[in-house]
Design a protein around this ligand. Structure first.
Ligand code: PMP
Length: 420
């Protein structure tokens, strides 16, 4: 008997076998169509086989495929110039010799450690910054419960701005941003006084779509300045149009010392990542952080095509409008489905938090909905590194109004089905 793929492949895979992708849709071997609601996580922010991205890759493949940064190539030069041009004004250097989000985050942290001469790193409770040993060490709690040692010392987690379940039991209108003000206590009593950097996702990617409340990031910026702490924004999921701005930093009105990028920069699945830094962080010699698959001309060509599309004001306006429409529709569903406790998001980075009748996180229900989603033509993923009770609604940024309605209608039917 031939062994099944499930016996041979190291990780769990679904029963469906996908054979084709187009726009916001995936198609399985039987021709069934699924709307991808998790594209921010999958690195498909422009959807499947976006014609401009495919064309750019084809053209570059015929011209020059190169992975060595020792030479200049046009696509890499263009990505560098475009990213610096589009990013907050204080970010003046782009490092592309990284293969993914984890490597980008590690690089930004090494740069901060080099610049400050300090070691410790602060991150948020439900953060996820990657699965390399360093980034698992410097991510939130779910990660550090792993069955192998977390080798990096000086990792300190502080409460996230999770207003729906505020750590300090406060209401946003009157809280005075206690989740920033109280970081002082953690620095005083839980750190060795050697904090180099704080790394933060503006909206948590896998920790529950926790959206930084108004004023949080600007206040955090001031806090970091007061303590000479480098502020790194992990925009691996929020960057390149996801929030309806090129960078979430712009949406939230903050100038971090570094921004890290991955997933969305590749548009239709190309593997490309980057670190954008200010002058101060740019001192680390590049050979201390340089990877073979970073800065390759093929992926960079895809990134240039992606940036060309996303930078169009009409494109970003559509992300904002479609996102607002989904938020309004999900808000309406919240009124009709008891299990929806909260709906939150910016642009097309949206989360639906599911709760038990007593308000506790409805983890089993969330997993069940994600599982049954496939039968409703929806690819759904959950935020596994928070409580695991938040559905991610992060479709490709090319989503139309009617496709947005389609997602909401299917979700409505799915919620009615599980409630029955
Ligand atoms: N940061 C965030 C916010 C992420 O969502 C991820 C991936 N899930 C990473 C970093 C790590 O990226 P990669 O898997 O490309 O190393």
């Amino acid at each position: 008997m031939t062994p099944s793929i499930h016996d041979q492949i190291y990780y769990p895979v679904s029963a469906e076998r996908m054979v084709r992708g187009e726009g916001v849709y995936l198609y399985d071997e039987h021709g069934r169509q699924y709307i991808d609601c998790a594209s921010a996580t999958f690195n498909l922010s422009l959807g499947y086989s976006h014609p401009a991205v495919v064309k750019a890759i084809q053209k570059q493949a015929e011209l020059l495929i190169h992975t060595t940064s020792a030479f200049q190539t046009d696509p890499v030069n263009q990505v560098v110039a475009r990213l610096i041009g589009e990013s907050p004004a204080n970010l003046v250097k782009a490092h592309l010799k990284v293969g993914g989000g984890s490597e980008a985050n590690e690089g930004a942290i090494k740069m901060a450690q080099f610049a400050t001469g300090r070691r410790e790193v602060v991150s948020l409770f439900r953060s996820h910054h990657g699965q390399t040993m360093m980034m698992a060490s410097y991510s939130g709690n779910a990660f550090r419960k792993a069955p192998f040692p977390m080798p990096y010392p000086g990792s300190l987690q502080v409460p996230d701005p999770y207003c729906f379940r505020c750590f300090y039991g406060q209401q946003r209108q009157t809280c005075g941003l206690m989740c920033v003000e109280r970081i002082d206590d953690f620095l005083e009593y839980a750190s060795g006084g050697q904090v180099a950097a704080m790394i933060v996702e503006p909206i948590s990617g896998n920790g529950g779509n926790i959206v930084a409340p108004d004023g949080y990031l600007p206040r955090l910026r001031r806090f970091c300045d007061e303590h000479d702490i480098v502020l790194i924004l992990d925009e691996v999921q929020t960057g390149i149009g996801r929030t309806g701005q090129m960078f979430a930093a712009q949406h939230f009105g903050v100038e971090p010392d570094a921004i890290t990028l991955g997933k969305g920069l590749g548009g239709s699945g190309a593997q490309v990542a980057a670190i954008l830094t200010n002058d101060r962080l740019a001192g680390l010699p590049a050979h201390h952080h340089s990877f073979t698959y970073g800065g390759n001309s093929l992926a960079a060509a895809a990134a240039v095509a992606t940036l060309d599309i996303v930078a169009e004001p009409a494109f970003l306006a559509n992300v904002r409008a479609t996102g607002a429409h989904i938020l309004a529709r999900l808000g309406d569903l919240r009124g009709r489905h008891r299990a929806i406790g909260d709906v939150r998001g910016v642009g097309l980075m949206i989360g639906v938090e599911l709760v038990e009748p007593d308000g506790a996180p409805a983890v089993a229900l969330t997993n069940e909905i994600a599982r049954r989603g496939m039968a409703h033509g929806l690819v759904l993923r959950t935020s596994r590194y928070g409580y695991g009770n938040v559905l991610k609604i992060r479709p490709p940024l090319i989503l139309t109004h009617s496709q947005a309605d389609d997602i909401c209608d299917r979700l409505d039917a799915l919620l009615r089905e599980v409630a029955a």
